[in-house]
Design a protein around this ligand. Sequence first.
Ligand code: HEC
Ligand code: HEC
Ligand code: HEC
Ligand code: HEC
Length: 464
Amino acid sequence: MKCFLSVLIGLELICFADIAVAKADEPTSFVGISSCATSTCHGGVIGRGPVWNHSLSTWLANDPHANAGRLLYDRDSQAIVSRLDRSASGSREAYDAVLRERCISCHTTATAAQTAASGKLSAEFLASGVTCESCHGAAESWLVSHTHVDWDPAANESMREMDSIIGRGETCVRCHIGSRTEDGLVRDMNHDLIAAGHPALRFDLPIYLANLPTHWDDRHDRELNASSVRLRAVGRAINLAAAAKLASERASDHLQDPTVPWPEFADYDCFACHQSLSIRNFQVPLSNRKKSPLHVSDGLPVWNAWHSVNQLELRENTALLEKLSPHRSDPKQIAASGQTLAVKYRKIAQQLASETVDPREKLSSMQQRLQDQPPPVDWHQAAIEYLELDALLRDFNAMHSGSLQEPESLQELEQSLRFQPEPSAGSGGVMQSPADFDPAKFRRMILRILQSQLTSTLGQANPE
Ligand code: HEC
Ligand code: HEC
Ligand code: HEC
Ligand code: HEC
């Protein structure tokens, strides 16, 4: 039997599957979207009245989450699902079984019972997508009380706290990084799903928050948005904690149920295996790769680079991260070290959230780092450098009340990271890949931007 909830106590794995199943059999505590929808509650006319009054209308009209369930029957999903189960293209029953087992935990507001083999899937259910309660928490216990004047959100644990960066980030990563235990659901973007065509998840908190249409009064967010650099750093630490926890849960679940894949390829650096064999290889020579903070030994892949390379000034944590390196593919060890790391990075996130950052200092240290080091190890690292630069430029722009021009070369830099389409062998489809990515060129470009930014910001004394 599948273990939904397992916890490592000492060296014993305790499976809480029975508890999870018992819970799943209880009536759901989700009240459903219609309970929020009246025009006096959250279904008002967009642009009229206070923002909270049209939260639902904004979500319905503009939010990608509202469409997340419906898209499970579109062409892309059909391709993914039928690669996961060949019989799914001819059988609605088989198709829905894949959706229940593999998709709806992230693409809808599902309960554990709905994801079980006996679960029911209706078109109406899928059509609601990722609804309010996926982010705000199951509302049964606060639906009535939260309309009262003396309502205190802090007093009710089942409403998720999302005022703080941490609360907000931890809400998103349950789906955008994944988890095998949160809410008693398995939400796992493993290599099976990625190889079947699902986009690999590369979550970045500031970018995703900025792309989420706000259905709240964002004047509350001033403190949170005061520094993009800080928001990114905290977001990275939250990602790392979530990814380490997921790696641990994958290991624990494999020990309980050998059909859970192990070692899990999605825990490794993708480019450890997926490399272009052409001369213009995006990997740098091995001698340089040694400089990767995670490098253990030639020929051994490092842990998922998106979450680990060159972040949080990682040096001091390298020893810890090495414990997650896939060459130590002992699931017992990774189950334990993943939990330790998750706790550690959550603390780092909290610490970072209370720090102030000087973007100018950050800019020169970034320039220093890139000057002293060989080109980025691979596409992941380059993409992370780009995002770092993006956050810095946002902060500078805020310091100058939005009057700075974005350097033109920034677009060129972004362009150099774009995945190029290439025909995919066999399937006749098109794969997107960074096979043409050139790390040395990237480094030259980003250093040029940093240099000109440094000159212009140091040139401008005390922006007011
Ligand atoms: C771990 C959570 C998770 C699971 C499991 C999951 N998805 Fe997704 N899916 C996402 C997220 C998050 C995105 C958005 C990716 C992004 O842009 O960062 C996404 C995007 C997609 C997209 C692309 C949508 C677009 O607008 O281009 C398709 C198609 C899709 N998922 C189908 C599926 C199918 C089919 C399954 C089951 C076989 C599935 N997903 C399982 C989280 C998940
Ligand atoms: C993807 C996650 C997500 C989903 C889905 C979501 N919200 Fe929110 N919501 C947030 C975040 C983030 C905030 C801002 C932080 C906060 O106020 O807690 C927020 C804030 C709010 C607020 C506070 C408004 C204010 O100005 O104080 C209301 C009301 C709200 N959401 C209602 C809804 C309703 C109704 C739905 C469903 C139609 C919904 N939300 C769906 C993430 C989400
Ligand atoms: C219950 C799972 C779940 C939670 C929680 C969740 N998301 Fe999502 N999110 C998804 C899925 C699934 C998609 C893909 C939907 C689509 O493409 O239409 C998605 C898509 C998105 C997109 C669009 C991505 C793109 O490439 O266009 C953004 C932006 C986003 N989410 C931000 C957030 C933020 C910010 C939070 C936290 C406040 C959050 N999400 C919480 C599941 C979730
Ligand atoms: C340990 C080696 C290894 C790692 C690490 C790895 N993969 Fe794979 N990947 C493979 C192999 C082998 C296949 C071919 C599987 C098959 O055909 O059954 C594959 C297949 C794929 C495919 C399908 C390609 C096609 O032509 O059908 C995609 C896409 C993919 N991987 C993406 C990724 C991503 C993204 C990552 C990082 C999160 C990753 N892989 C990590 C070994 C790996």
